[in-house]
Design a protein around this ligand. Sequence first.
Ligand code: G3H
Ligand code: ZN
Length: 269
Amino acid sequence: APQTSADIIRAARAGGYALAAFNAVNLETAQAIVRAAEATRAPVILQFSQNAARHGGLAQLAALGLSLKSEAGVPILLHFDHAEDEGMALEALNLGFDGVMLEGDDPATLRRLADAANAAGGYFEAEYEVVVKGERSGERHDDPAHLAAFIRDSGCDLLAVDIGSAHKQESKNAHLDFDRLTRLAELTTLPLVLHGASSVPEAELARATGLGIAKVNLATDLTLAFTAAVREALDAGARDPRNYLGAGRDAMQARAETYIRALGGAGRA
Ligand code: G3H
Ligand code: ZN
C-alpha cells in the first residue's frame, strides 16, 4: 500500500531521523527546498505559513506546492504551517495540502481539524506547547496526564513541543532541554515537532532526532541565506530578477541541504 504522509513522518521517528520542514514564501524559495530534497534524496516537508498565504494567496501557493510536489523525484509533503484560522486550515486541506498545523489549544477546534485532516488522508499537527518569539514566556506542562489528555482530546498526529528553541532568531543561541525531550518522548510515540529550529546549533538538532523529534521547522536561517545572496547580487549590479532571485535560490538550497544532512534525512527517499 502506498505510504500516507503520516506514515512518512512516523517512519522518521521510528528510524531516529527527522524530516526537515522548510518554509517557503514564493516560487524561488519553494524550488530551493524541493531541489535540496532531490539533491540529497530526502523526503522533505515544504511548508507555507498562514502569514505567507496572506502575502502570496493560499490558492496560488497551493498550486505552486502541488506542482512542485507532483514533479519532484522524492516525496514532498505539503504543509500549512501556523494556521491561526480554522477556516483557512480547512481550505488548505481542500486545496490538497497533506497536513496542517493549527495554533491554539481549544480541544474541540483541534479535534475538528484533526478529523478533517484524517478524512482527507492527511495529518494534523497541534501545538502542545507554544514556542515563543524571543523572551521565554510560553507555558510548559510537566504532568504526564495532561499530555495524555491533550493527545486524546485533540486527536493530533504530530505534537509540537517546547524544549527551549525560540522563533525568528538570527543566531543559534538557544539550547535544547534534552532531559525534558527524553521525558516527553517516553510518554508518547507520536512524532514530535521542533519549531524555531534556526535558533538551535545543528549538533543539537541532530541529537534531538534520535530522541523523538521527527519534524524540524526551519525558516529564518534559510531566509537569511536567501536574502544575503540576493543582496550580494544586487550590489554586484544584477538587474534581472532571474539573476538575483536565482542567486538567492542557490544559496537557500545549499543551506537546506546542510540541514537535511544534519537531521539524518539524506538518502531516505
Ligand atoms: O514554523 C516555522 C518555524 O518554527 C521556523 O522557525 O524561523 O526560527 O527557523 P525559525
Ligand atoms: Zn513555528
